[in-house]
Design a protein. Structure first.
Length: 161
């Protein structure tokens, strides 16, 4: 979708209020999802489910298996199978929790962080190419708006796990 299509040919956002703003943000998020999917396909070594697990552990870890499954809204057994595969690939590791020898914690390995770093670098290249086509003022406004959105969205219990 073009900037003109989103803006209706003018300089203002659609005037319908929150729902129009949500539509614009959702459209932008779909573009970012496509950027991610293309970067994952280029790498070729992770399924989307494996990527979800690796990202969740990297962002929220170390985690126990139950908490990880909850973050991903999947069963403990499905999460366990994904952890097994990622551990076998050297991207995750398990270790006993300090407070309980019965609890096993999961965290990303150096290889896991490097894999995510390559993915993020590919995404940043694509995003950077699009940002270069914006004016500096628009880039700054977008960055500020996204920072605010991220802060608010991370505070919402229903939005992000």
């Amino acid at each position: 979708m073009t900037t003109e299509a989103i803006h209706g040919g003018g300089d203002e956002l659609p005037s319908g209020g929150e729902s129009d703003s949500a539509w614009v943000v959702e459209e932008a998020s779909l573009v970012l999802v496509e950027v991610t999917l293309n970067a994952v396909a280029e790498m070729g070594d992770l399924s989307l489910t494996q990527l979800r697990v690796l990202l969740a552990v990297d962002r929220h870890g170390p985690l126990n298996l139950s908490t990880l499954a909850s973050h991903l809204t999947m069963s403990i057994s499905a999460a366990g199978r994904m952890v097994d595969r990622l551990e076998g690939a050297g991207l995750l590791t398990r270790f006993p929790a300090a407070h309980s020898r019965r609890e096993i914690r999961i965290e990303t390995t150096e290889d896991g962080r490097e894999t995510l770093g390559r993915l993020r670098a590919a995404r940043r290249r694509r995003i950077g190419a699009a940002l270069e086509r914006l004016t500096p003022g628009t880039r700054q406004a977008l960055a500020r708006g996204l920072q605010e959105f991220t802060a608010v969205a991370q505070d919402e219990d229903d939005f992000l796990p």
